[in-house]
Design a protein around this ligand. Structure first.
Ligand code: GLY
Length: 434
């Protein structure tokens, strides 16, 4: 099987890594990929938002399957363009990706499907937004209706900050903002594969969204994750499938926009039971890094089954009896204005530790000064080129062992001015509750 993966992040590196371990995968390509992905797949400098260019590339390569990683290409219709070219694609249509592309649309689908979630107020003016904030009270939850590259949601006790975020969201033409009740309780991410009709859950994971230890600091794209969740109820996955995933997938099919790809269900385990915090139309990052590290079933046929309407005949997925923890190393300044161009060293030393692998996100290759060749990287060296730079993954027999491996890996890596959290999975590894 020849597979083309679209995207540039550690999530796509994790997908490519798992696909590279699948004996049925004979060729791997990525567009545009990153230097880490380039060690496992052939890179193609194609604009990931350009559906015609991706479809043309897939056709030229004779790809059997295209896997679209990030939300922006999905919302831009890249999966539609590939499907129209007659090539199997893992990723929903632009219409179905509106489950992530518009928070207001997702709320409408949830209401129609009877999915438990926080009651929303959709505002188109600052006055409506202010009324929504006052109706729910603190802590205030303000969500940009559209895609905002991980910066769309503000949760704060400060009404002025909440209103300022609403104003920023509403400053965009034709925009809306969603104000909703705060959901208490720990959050869980569950990825559900769907071919538009059938649905297959992966294992749950937990993400750490705040920048600093103790869940302090601003929201980020995610600073680390772990799986399994020893504290989660035994019947959690069944309940999410019954009350959330299957009703949503059925509602999308009923509307004539079937959802095929991965439905990312972001949940809060509140004192009143589970509630959906958000839907995304793609794998989560960094949760994918730990979920795929535990998957024993070869990934290629799984994604192909979702892409071709045959999930119903896929044998049950098999999982390693192991835990995984990932720690994100971020550039100085992240999630604000980030430094770029700082050198990264120590990845090989990290990967020499049993159970550790390192996935690239915001990295780039910079040509060495003349006479300082590095054969492994063709005369170039690795530098930081984004906010989240690396995901260091540790796999072990339990969370404590996986966590120890991940942090031993992090300790080997040098990136000036970088930062990472020190408490990823610590509570879950130490005891039964987060
Ligand atoms: N880890 C959060 C996300 O992928 O949106």
């Amino acid at each position: 099987m020849k597979i083309l993966v679209v995207g540039t992040g550690a999530r796509e590196h994790a997908l490519v890594r798992s696909l590279s371990l699948d004996p049925a995968v004979t060729e791997l390509h990525a567009a545009p990929g990153n230097p880490g992905i380039g060690l496992l797949a052939q890179l193609h400098p194609v604009d990931q938002l350009d559906g015609s260019a991706v479809a043309e590339l897939a056709g030229r390569l004779g790809a059997d399957l295209v896997v679209v990683g990030p939300e922006a290409p999905l919302v831009a219709g890249v999966a539609d363009a590939v499907r129209a070219a007659g090539i199997a694609v893992f990723g929903p249509s632009a219409a179905a990706a509106q489950l992530e592309g518009s928070k207001a649309f997702a709320k409408e689908v949830m209401a129609a499907a009877g999915v438990p979630t926080a009651e929303p107020r959709i505002a188109t003016t600052l006055e409506e937004a202010a009324a929504g904030l006052d109706a729910f009270g603190a802590p205030y939850v303000v969500k940009d209706d559209g895609l905002a590259a991980g910066k769309g949601v503000v949760v704060t006790h400060d009404r002025d900050e909440a209103l300022a975020h609403a104003a920023d969201c509403l400053a965009k033409t034709g925009s809306r903002v969603v104000i909703e009740d705060y959901l208490d309780g720990p959050e869980i991410s569950l990825f559900v594969l769907s071919d538009g009709v059938d649905a297959v859950p992966l294992v749950p994971a937990q993400d750490f969204k705040r920048a600093h230890d103790g869940d302090e600091g601003p929201n980020t794209g995610g600073m680390g994750a772990y799986s399994p969740l020893p504290w989660a109820p035994q019947d959690l996955v069944q309940e999410v499938m019954d009350r959330v995933a299957r009703p949503t997938i059925a509602e999308m099919a009923r509307r004539g926009t079937p959802f095929a790809g991965v439905l990312y269900v972001g949940l809060a385990m509140t004192s009143k039971g589970l509630r959906v915090v958000e839907f995304n139309a793609r794998f989560g990052d960094p949760e994918t890094q730990v979920v795929l590290a535990r998957l024993a079933t070869p990934l290629g046929a799984v994604l192909q089954a979702a892409a071709t309407g045959s999930l119903g005949t896929l044998p049950a997925l098999e999982w390693l009896d192991a835990a995984a923890v990932t720690v994100v190393i971020a550039s100085g300044g992240y999630p604000g204005t980030v430094r770029a161009g700082d050198p990264i060293t120590g990845i090989e030393d990290a990967e020499a530790i049993p159970g550790v692998h390192v996935l690239h996100a915001g990295t780039a290759l910079q040509l060495n000064p003349a006479g300082e060749d590095d054969d492994a990287l063709d005369g170039a060296h690795l530098v930081a080129a984004g906010g989240r730079v690396l995901s260091v993954v540790g796999v072990g027999q339990d969370l404590a062992a996986a966590r120890a491996a991940a942090y031993a890996g992090v300790a080997q890596i040098e990136l000036p001015y970088s930062h990472h959290r020190n408490d990823i999975a610590s509570a879950a590894a130490d005891g039964p509750l987060v």
